[in-house]
Design a protein around this ligand. Structure first.
Ligand SMILES: Cc1cc2nc3c(=O)[nH]c(=O)nc-3n(C[C@H](O)[C@H](O)[C@H](O)COP(=O)(O)OP(=O)(O)OC[C@H]3O[C@@H](n4cnc5c(N)ncnc54)[C@H](O)[C@@H]3O)c2cc1C
Length: 316
């Protein structure tokens, strides 16, 4: 693109209405240790007041310092995705997906809860070493957008009476938000929540209603590996609804190829008694999907399933 064309594009973008998700600058204000494995980061910045949150599992994209140590500074006018693609490998800010745990636009603050899983990935590495004042960039929903920006999957059907939540520590921020939202609800459904975490001390006090029962599955004390607690919950611990769709599985769901695909399916039923929201390590989510659909005969229209991360792989 010529310089003139770039300027015109940038000017148009400035004058145009915001898109559903936009790029914003944020800086770290505070670190709050929630447990041995989870750290809350409070971010601030003038632009935080422009954001919105639509659901407790609202996802955002965070950009971290590149391998040459530069803080992310993608252009906010123009096409940041094209600008990122044009950067050399050592200057490209790594991008990772997180849950917008809380947003306080008036105070210009937002919270993101990070799992500290070691030095293996740029996000977790940043989380272990960052200091207040460090700058990141975030792609988050813009409050001035008139439509639905999407970026969330928690959409229980009307009339739901029984909700099953299964997740690991990466899904804990979203599950905590879901439980809080339901606790406020005057006619809340019965909720069973199974949360796999690394150790006992990661079982956080959660705000939840009388209709909700939270079951913690700490791997260290149960002697389980990643994902085994989630699978155990689906197979043995959760009380599933009576099998209604057993005969619908004339063609059982094929397993996805986890080398090329990430489990990501949103329940489509607009009405219904039962709804399950399941998120965590991809192989565990896949095993639960196969069990609930193929062995238990649950209709996939009642199931929201998301591979939040994949063991041994970096996912943007
Ligand atoms: C919609 C959505 C919402 C999410 N919300 C959150 C959130 O609120 N908080 C949060 O902490 N994570 C969340 N995640 C998961 C997060 O995006 C991944 O854990 C991500 O891989 C972390 O990036 P990284 O740079 O630390 O590691 P990567 O570079 O992606 O991976 C490096 C290595 O670390 C391993 N790894 C990645 N994550 C973990 C983990 N949690 N435990 C152990 N090993 C791991 C990978 O398998 C790989 O071997 C969310 C993911 C999605 C899709």
């Amino acid at each position: 693109m010529s310089v003139a064309a770039t300027l015109v594009h940038a000017l148009r973008k400035r004058l145009s209405k915001p898109g559903g998700y936009e790029l914003f600058d944020i800086r770290l204000k505070q670190r709050i240790a929630l447990s041995p494995s989870l750290m809350r980061f409070v971010f601030t910045g003038d632009e935080v007041g422009l954001m919105q949150i639509l659901a407790p599992d609202q996802r955002v994209k965070l950009f971290f310092p590149s391998t040459d140590g530069t803080s992310p500074c993608l252009p906010k006018s123009g096409d940041w995705q094209a600008a990122r693609r044009a950067l050399s490998a050592e200057k490209t800010p790594p991008m990772r997906t997180y849950t917008l745990r809380n947003l306080r636009p008036d105070a210009h603050e937002l919270d993101i809860d990070f799992v500290l899983h070691g030095e293996t990935g740029p996000a977790s590495r940043w989380a272990m070493h960052c200091q207040p004042g460090d700058r990141l960039q975030i792609v988050a929903p813009h409050a001035a957008y008139r439509g639905d920006p999407g970026g969330y999957e928690w959409q229980p059907p009307d009339g739901v009476r029984h909700v099953l939540l299964i997740g690991d520590e990466t899904a804990l921020p979203a599950m905590a938000g879901i439980l809080e939202q339901l606790a406020d609800h005057p006619d809340a459904p019965h909720v069973q929540a199974f949360i796999e975490v690394p150790e006992e001390a990661d079982c956080l006090p959660l705000l939840c209603g009388l209709n909700a029962k939270v079951h913690w599955l700490p791997r260290a004390s149960l002697g389980k590996r990643h994902g085994e607690g989630m699978i155990l919950a689906a197979r043995e611990l959760a009380s599933l609804p009576p099998i209604r769709a057993a005969l619908h599985i004339a063609t059982p769901e094929e397993a996805l190829d986890l080398n090329t695909q990430r489990p990501w399916e949103r329940a489509s039923a607009k009405q219904g008694d039962f709804y399950a929201w399941i998120a965590g390590e991809s192989a565990a989510v896949m095993a639960i999907r196969q069990f609930l659909i193929n062995e238990q005969g649950l209709a996939r229209q009642q199931l929201t399933l998301m591979g939040y991360w994949k063991q041994g792989r970096s996912l943007e």
